[in-house]
Design a protein around this ligand. Sequence first.
Ligand code: C2E
Ligand code: MG
Ligand code: MG
Length: 390
Amino acid sequence: MADRPGPVGVVYLDVNGLKDINDQRGHAVGDKVLVECARQMREAFEQADYYRIGGDEFVILCYGVDRAAFDRRVQALRRCFAANPRCKAAIGAQWNARFTDLQQTIARADAMMYEDKKAFYRQHPTSNRYRHHSDEVIRLSDPAVLQEEIRQQRFVVYLQPKVSSSDRAAVGAEALIRYQPRAGSLILPGNFLPLLEESQTISQLDFYVFEYACSQIKEWVGQGKQALPVSVNFSRCSLSQPDFVARLSELCVKYGVDKKYLGIELTETARESDGVDLKALIHELRQAGFTVSIDDFGTEYANLSLLSTIEFDVLKLDKSLVDDVAHNAKARTVVETIVGICKKMDIQVVAEGIETEEQLAVLRACGVELAQGFLFSKPIPIGEYEKKYL
Ligand code: C2E
Ligand code: MG
Ligand code: MG
């Protein structure tokens, strides 16, 4: 690896579950997976140097390529792996304008690969994707299949009410997607979202849910029902879609829906590799008239600096904090303090995942005014929601 002038792109790739494959299906199958991996890498990166640096780890060095071209190839590589049921990998990528910082660039690509891997295992705490992803879910990594399944209305939007913690009156709802490949089977998002995120096809679904929410609100308003706001979750990967905010605004215009009825839920994660400037994007969304919530606050990525650097409307306290609050005095202090900070900053707090009266009582004592959880209602089909809450 002699010094070269110009930029370098580094891909760090770690095969998912190779050890399991070797243990359960034998080394011959494991070897085939490695060969397949190498083939996919060569397909996405024709002109590059490839290194196998560990049993299941590879590094690709791509010289003299500009950032946009490099990013395109990385996306192609991710799509390749997502669409291939036989071999899966965690991928980290880093581009640098100067070849001289190569070791540092590789280290950063490695760190991103690790985040990718962790994100995957967070969603599948006890096992790997081979055992969990059924064939019917794996098919969805093909954008054409996903689009067809959406068109066939096999994705169903459920609503979970958000209520006032004092009188339990509904103040709005969160849209939560489910996949129904056939009658009698309802697949929860934890089983297909990671795959759609990895194959970068999730935004199709996010926009679909948003459009669906717009059409529902239009219907409620048209029928003279009391329309309550609906918030929609967006993955990080959707946020990097071109003209993201403009597209949402256009959908509101198309359905004649006031933006005050629509909330956007985003998570703040440590994965900054997607190049989204979260602060600027949230500013743009709020300027346009949308309400922005930060979801899952209190999970391992919760970041207090968020509160001082980004202006947003709603903070959603994650279920993990809520679970602790009734029996752990420290968790209670944390919640009380966060609520206090949010009040000063004019941020509303919603506690998520409330299951018991005891949790509700403590959260109310901490000053939490909005609540969501099975104690009030599970996510339910729209028809049921209309009957109960509108
Ligand atoms: P989230 O946005 O934090 O949504 C709350 C999740 O907690 C939902 O899980 C909900 O069913 C569950 N939940 C609510 N109350 C309780 C409770 O009291 N106890 C327990 N055990 N669980 C409760 P769900 O529907 O499985 O969704 C999981 C995650 O998938 C969501 O977490 C959200 O991050 C993501 N998601 C759902 N729909 C969409 C979507 O349309 N687009 C995107 N990008 N992500 C989505
Ligand atoms: Mg949410
Ligand atoms: Mg949440």
